[in-house]
Each structure stands twice: as structure tokens, then as C-alpha cells.
Design a protein. Structure first.
Length: 225
């Protein structure tokens, strides 16, 4: 089955309101071009340098999709990230939010961002603790940042063999998301719950995800060159 066929089948199988972000880490420009031509609207990259190289090779195709930063964003890469991405999904601290806001202000660019939470409280992953009060406090601080617009929540969930094992974590993320949606603050328009990847997206959608980040299920196993 071709990449185009895989994407078309998954797109038909999941609800229309759920956005598919193709996670394109290590993928070739030829592979990504195929999926864009199949109708994909959003792509996600983990690394700034890799994104720069990919977008140059994609040419005009890169302008046809919304480009998401879905990996950890280093402070020294923020300026380059602002040139490359339309959305940053990995804001996980006030320090990082402030740094992105200041650099976006220089460009006069209002940037959609998501708050990343570490819903499994795993030591090896970035993201805020899944403590609602902590997350709300960050968003309240960000309400004064004119060049950031908080539009969503992003999480990964623990990697397990059985996607059912992740369901309680997705339920917890959904509960936090629902509470955030009720907040009435400046520069806040919570509408996206980005959770679920190739092995877990079906469970994530059942638990309320509105955006899934898919790689292997679209492209096949990664080959690290």
C-alpha cells in the first residue's frame, strides 16, 4: 500500500473533526511530498535543522501545509523556529513562553501555541506536570503575552505495548483540557487537544483527541540514516 493509500484510508476511518498531523521526523522529502499531494493539511517536525532542510526540498509544497513544532524547543533555536513553523506545540514553562513571545514581538507575529503536559509524569519526557492548578497558573501568566495565542493542549502519554494502558492518561488530559476550555482570558482560544500517535491514536480519539500525530502508521518504520 502506498503512502497516499495509507493516508486516504486513515483519513476516511477517523472523524472529520480530527486533524491529522504527519510526524515527519527522518522522512524524505519524496515521502512527505506524496502525503501532501494526497491532501494532508498539517505536518509536524521534531527538530529545527531537519525542518529547514525538508522545507527547502519541498519547495512550494511546504507552503500548502500548516507546519507544527512537535519536539522540544531549545531557547537558542527559537528565532529559526519562528521562521519555519506556524504552530509550536511544546510550550512547557513560563520561561520558554516568555522567550518565544519576545522573539515573536520583534517579528510582529502572533503565534498559536499549545501547552505540553507530561501526563504520565515520566522523568525522561518534557512537559508540565499534569497538575491543573500549575497549568492554569502558566496560562494566566501567558494571558499578558500579546504575541502568543494559546490554542491547545498537547501530550504524548506513556509508551506501552497495549494502547488500552494509555487510556487513563488520555482521560486525565481530556479532563484538564475541558477545564481549560472554560477559562475566559486574553489571548486564549483553547480548541485543540493534540494527543495520540501511531500506536494509540484510536484510543486517543475515543477519549476526545481533536488532533493526532502520526508517523509510522503512514510511512512505515523509520530508517535512521
Amino acid at each position: 500500500m502506498t503512502i497516499r493509500d495509507k493516508y486516504s484510508k486513515i483519513r476516511e476511518d477517523i472523524p472529520e473533526h480530527v486533524t491529522i498531523v504527519a510526524a515527519v521526523k527522518t522522512r524524505t522529502a519524496e515521502e512527505v511530498a506524496q502525503i501532501i499531494d494526497a491532501g494532508l493539511t498539517d505536518i509536524g517536525e521534531n527538530y529545527v535543522q531537519e525542518a529547514e532542510t525538508l522545507y527547502k526540498k519541498l519547495g512550494d509544497r511546504a507552503k500548502r501545509v500548516r507546519r507544527h513544532m512537535i519536539g522540544h524547543l531549545q531557547t537558542n533555536k527559537i528565532n529559526r523556529a519562528l521562521e519555519l513553523f506556524d504552530v509550536i506545540q511544546t510550550i512547557d514553562s513560563l520561561k520558554k513562553a516568555d522567550a518565544v513571545n519576545k522573539r515573536a514581538a520583534v517579528r510582529g507575529k502572533v503565534l498559536p501555541v499549545y501547552i505540553e503536559i507530561n501526563v504520565g509524569s515520566e522523568l525522561t519526557k518534557s512537559g508540565l506536570s499534569p497538575d491543573y492548578a500549575l497549568i492554569e497558573d502558566l496560562i494566566k501568566e501567558m494571558a499578558g503575552m500579546k504575541f502568543l495565542r494559546v490554542e491547545g493542549l498537547m501530550t504524548m502519554g506513556p509508551v506501552t505495548g497495549d494502547p488500552e494502558d494509555i487510556r487513563p492518561y488520555f482521560q486525565k488530559a481530556r479532563q484538564i483540557f475541558d477545564r481549560l476550555c472554560s477559562l475566559d482570558l486574553p489571548h486564549l482560544d483553547i480548541k485543540t487537544l493534540s494527543m495520540g500517535m501511531s500506536h494509540s491514536y484510536k484510543v486517543a480519539i475515543e477519549e476526545g483527541s481533536t488532533m493526532v500525530r502520526l508517523g509510522t502508521v503512514l510511512f512505515g518504520a523509520r530508517i535512521y540514516r
